[in-house]
Write a protein that binds this ligand. Structure first.
Ligand code: A2P
Length: 339
């Protein structure tokens, strides 16, 4: 059986860890595995299929002989090292925002636009979208195909794991401090995140939106290949460890009922409908954590307009929002182009 030589950049991080376990769980045919991180990780080992692998320091020549590079060590690291990987013949699947908006770089969610993986040929880089965008487009694609979405209004409730391991520790430490009547210390976020909501994710841009909000606007248009979709977002960090939740309101060109949406989504790839108000069943972050699916519930018609639908969309940001989506791309790339 053909196996592949895989490098994981940022292997010690929250997403990197998840990538290693998903490669194992899905039995990705890994021939050689190179785990890369910063000098801080010298001497560390990580386990893959019961074997310990030393973490190596990321260098310009780290990609010699590698075929697939899964990058998740931050935008500036991707900006600097992805070109070296590509030069060495390794195709980069990049989880950062470094290349997402470049027209010749494909931005891929396999359930929506797997065909775009072919464009890896342009620069040997494929971009993995932002976590909040991924789960939203997985849920909206079947509705867009059936009724054409004209406008999306989304508000997110994003978990701290999207910021990385240090942010998860900060939420736990602050919670522990507050419950012991001690002062919480904020280092990762500008304000206390425990028992709070922060309406800022990433930096503020000139138009008053945050970059996270504009990522949802730009990426949705690019992934759907439809510049005419109007998107407006408010992204909020909440004291949840794992899985992002989203309130999504859409306006469609054609009328579609809540029942039709439920029916479409119950057959959609990657989606699980959890929607039974009588039994108080709806998607919850704590149930989505560690799972692969995008969960959709609270499906109802927006009674304030003619063709509107409201949805509640929940998915694990480290899995479908990051590592799983990247590995799904790797699986298709390997199957179709690396025979
Ligand atoms: P390290 O653990 O050696 O710092 P998270 O998003 O959970 O904070 O993880 C970030 C990941 O990116 C970690 O694996 C981290 O490695 C890696 N990383 C950060 N800076 C660098 C760097 N300069 N070179 C290589 N890897 C880096």
């Amino acid at each position: 059986m053909r196996t592949y030589r895989v490098a994981v950049v940022g292997a010690t991080g929250a997403v990197g860890n998840e990538m290693i376990s998903i490669l194992e769980e899905r039995n990705f045919p890994v021939g050689e595995l190179r785990l890369l991180a910063s000098e801080r990780s010298i001497g560390k080992e990580l386990e893959f299929k019961g074997k310990a692998y030393p973490v190596q320091v990321l260098k310009e020549d780290s990609f010699e002989g590698m075929e697939i590079g899964l990058f998740s060590a931050g935008g500036s690291i991707s900006q600097k090292f992805a070109p070296f990987a590509a030069q060495a013949g390794c195709v980069v699947i990049d989880n950062t925002a470094a290349f997402r908006y470049e027209p010749d770089i494909p931005l891929v969610v396999p359930e929506v636009n797997a065909g775009k993986i072919a464009d890896y040929k342009n620069r040997r880089i494929i971009a993995n979208p932002n976590c909040s965008t991924i789960q939203m487009v997985v849920a909206l694609k079947p509705i867009h195909d059936a009724a054409r979405i004209k406008r999306i209004v989304v508000s997110t409730y994003q978990s701290v794991s999207g910021t990385g391991k240090k942010a998860m520790d900060e939420l736990i430490d602050q919670t522990r401090a507050l419950l012991s009547f001690k002062e919480p210390v904020a280092k990762v976020y500008p304000y206390q995140i425990a028992f709070n909501c922060l309406p800022q994710i990433d930096i503020f841009l000139e138009n008053g939106y945050t970059k996270e909000e504009m990522k949802m606007v730009w990426e949705t248009k690019k992934i759907f290949g439809d510049e005419s979709i109007a998107v407006t977002a408010t992204t909020v960090r909440v004291p949840v460890l794992r899985a992002h939740s989203e309130s999504v309101n859409i306006e469609t060109e054609k009328k579609i009922s809540a029942a039709q949406v439920k029916e479409l989504l119950s057959k959609a790839p990657g989606v699980v409908v959890v929607d039974d108000p009588a039994k108080r069943e709806y998607p919850l972050a704590i149930n989505a954590a560690g799972k692969d699916a995008t969960y959709v519930g609270r499906i109802r018609e927006d009674e304030s307009i003619a063709n509107g639908i409201n949805l509640w969309v929940v998915s694990d940001n480290l899995r479908k929002g990051a590592a799983l989506n990247a590995i799904q791309i790797a699986e298709i790339y390997a199957r179709d182009y690396l025979k």
